[in-house]
Design a protein around this ligand. Structure first.
Ligand SMILES: Cc1cc2nc3c(=O)[nH]c(=O)nc-3n(C[C@H](O)[C@H](O)[C@H](O)COP(=O)(O)OP(=O)(O)OC[C@H]3O[C@@H](n4cnc5c(N)ncnc54)[C@H](O)[C@@H]3O)c2cc1C
Length: 396
C-alpha cells in the first residue's frame, strides 16, 4: 500500500497510529484493491467530472466488478460476505477520491440493497440484489421531500391499497442517483393505517419520473434528482416487511456508519495535498512547511484524521459485536464530518489562490463535505440525538 512517511521519521503520515494493522488481512486486502483501482482509474479524471457536473454511468459496473457494492451481503445475493469494517474501509478509499463516488456506493449498498435484503421477500431479493451487486442495475432511496428533510415524519407522499396493489403519489427531493436508477426504494404514508411503509419501485413503472437538480455547488460528480410519483402502482410483493420510521431510519444508520469512515478518506486526501504543497511552495525565503503556524495547522489536521480513524475503527468493531447503537453512529458521523470539514478548509487555505481551483482537490472535497455534513442527518440532528441520549429530553 502507498504510504507517505513523515520527514525525518519512520512514522506514516497516511496511518500515523498504525490503525490499519488492527484490521484483518481480508479487510486490508479489500481496502488495498479498492485503493489501487480508484486512485489509478478515477482520481485522474474526477476533477474534470466534478467541474462538468457528471457521473460516468459505466462506473456502476466498475464498482460492481470491484466488489464494492453490497460488501457485507451474503455471496448468494452477489455480495462479498465481508465485515462492516471492510465496508467502511471501502467507503474511506472511495471518498479519498470524491464524496460523490462514495455517495453512489453508499446509496446502492446501504440505502437500497440493505432494505431489500432486510425487508423484502426471498423472490424480490433474488430479483434485484445480484443485479444491484454487479452494477447492472442502479438503485436510489426516496425519503426526503421538498418539505420534509430532518423531519421525515412530515412526509406527504401517500400510498393506498387497492386490491393486491399499492398506489403511490408524492414528490421526493434530493435523491442521489434518482434519474439513473432502475429501482427506487420509496417511503410513503399509508392512507389507511397512517403508518410509513416502504416499497421497491421499478423506475420504468408508469407515473414515475425523475428530474435532475442542476444547480449544485457541491457533490457535482453525483446525480441528484427529484422524483415524481403520480399514481404509481406496485404489487403487494414489492412492499417491504417493515412499518413506521424504523424502516428508513435503519437504512440511514447503515449509511451513516459508512460516512464515518468515508469522510476520513476525503480528509486524508486534503492533508496529503497540503503537505506536498507546503513542502514546495516558497514564502519569505523558505518553504511554507518551515513556518511555525503552517506546522501547527498540519499537526491539527493529522490529529483530526488520527482520532477520526480510531473512532471509525472502534465503531466498526462495535457494529460487528452487535453494539452499534444509533447514538454511537450519530457521534461518529457528526464528529468525523466536522473533522473532515476542518481539515479540508485548512488545506484549501494553505493552498492559497491555487486552493480555489479544481486543479487541486481541496476545494472539491471541502464543498462536497458540506453535503456530507447535511445529508444522512445534519450536524444539528445528530447533536439532538446525542442530547436526547445524554439528558432523556427530546429537543427536536
Ligand atoms: C446532494 C444531496 C444528496 C442527497 N441524497 C439523498 C437521498 O439519496 N435520499 C434522500 O432521501 N435524501 C437525500 N438527501 C437529503 C438530505 O438527507 C436532507 O437534505 C437532509 O436530511 C436535511 O433536510 P433538509 O434539506 O430538508 O433540511 P431541513 O431539515 O429543512 O434543515 C434545515 C436546517 O434546519 C436545521 N434543523 C432541522 N431540525 C431542527 C431542529 N429540530 N432544531 C434545530 N435545527 C433544526 C437543520 O440542521 C438545518 O441546519 C440528499 C441531500 C443532498 C444535498
Amino acid at each position: 500500500m502507498t504510504t507517505t512517511t513523515a520527514k525525518g521519521s519512520a512514522l506514516s503520515l497516511t496511518d500515523f497510529y498504525d490503525v490499519e494493522s488492527l484490521y484483518s488481512s481480508e479487510e486490508r486486502l479489500i481496502q488495498s484493491s479498492v485503493r489501487e483501482y480508484v486512485r489509478s482509474e478515477i482520481l485522474p479524471h474526477v476533477g474534470e467530472w466534478w467541474q462538468e457536473g457528471f457521473f460516468p454511468p459505466e462506473l456502476a459496473r466498475s464498482f460492481g466488478e470491484l466488489g464494492a457494492l453490497g460488501v457485507t451481503l451474503p455471496e448468494r445475493y452477489g455480495g462479498a460476505g465481508a465485515s462492516y469494517s471492510a465496508y467502511g474501509l471501502v467507503c474511506r478509499e472511495i471518498e479519498y477520491v470524491d464524496s460523490g463516488m462514495r455517495s453512489f456506493v453508499s446509496v446502492q449498498s446501504s440505502l437500497v440493497m440493505f432494505p431489500i435484503h432486510a425487508y423484502a421477500t426471498e423472490e424480490v431479493k433474488l430479483e434485484w440484489l445480484p443485479r444491484l451487486a454487479s452494477g447492472e442495475a442502479v438503485g436510489c432511496f426516496g425519503l426526503t421531500e421538498p418539505d420534509a428533510g430532518s423531519d421525515p415524519g412530515a412526509m406527504r407522499t401517500r400510498c393506498r391499497k387497492v386490491g393486491d396493489e399499492w398506489v403511490i403519489n408524492g414528490v421526493k427531493r434530493w435523491i442521489t442517483s434518482g434519474s439513473r436508477a432502475d429501482v427506487a426504494v420509496v417511503w410513503a404514508r399509508d392512507e389507511g393505517s397512517g403508518k410509513v411503509l416502504g416499497f421497491v419501485v421499478p423506475t420504468a413503472t408508469e407515473g414515475f419520473q425523475a428530474v435532475d437538480i442542476k444547480t449544485k455547488a457541491s457533490m457535482r460528480a453525483s446525480v441528484t434528482s427529484e422524483l415524481y410519483l403520480d399514481d404509481v402502482v406496485v404489487p403487494e410483493r414489492y412492499r417491504l416487511q417493515v412499518e413506521g420510521l424504523r424502516g428508513p431510519l435503519s437504512c440511514l444508520n447503515q449509511a451513516r456508519f459508512g460516512i464515518a469512515f468515508g469522510v476520513m478518506g476525503a480528509a486524508q486526501a486534503c492533508f496529503d495535498e497540503a503537505v506536498a504543497y507546503v513542502s514546495d511552495r516558497p514564502a519569505f525565503g523558505e518553504p511554507l512547511a518551515a513556518k511555525q503556524i503552517v506546522q501547527e495547522r498540519l499537526a491539527d489536521m493529522l490529529s483530526e484524521i488520527t482520532k477520526g480513524s480510531l473512532l471509525a475503527y472502534r465503531l466498526g468493531r462495535l457494529k460487528e459485536e452487535g453494539k452499534d447503537h444509533p447514538a454511537r453512529v450519530s457521534l461518529a458521523k457528526r464528529d468525523n464530518c466536522r473533522s473532515a470539514l476542518s481539515v479540508a478548509r485548512a488545506a484549501r487555505d494553505l493552498l492559497g489562490g491555487n486552493g480555489i481551483t479544481t486543479e487541486y482537490a481541496a476545494i472539491r472535497h471541502m464543498l462536497n463535505l458540506e453535503t456530507v455534513a447535511t445529508y444522512e442527518g445534519t450536524d444539528t440532528v445528530h447533536t439532538l440525538v446525542l442530547g436526547r441520549e445524554i439528558t432523556g429530553h427530546n429537543a427536536f
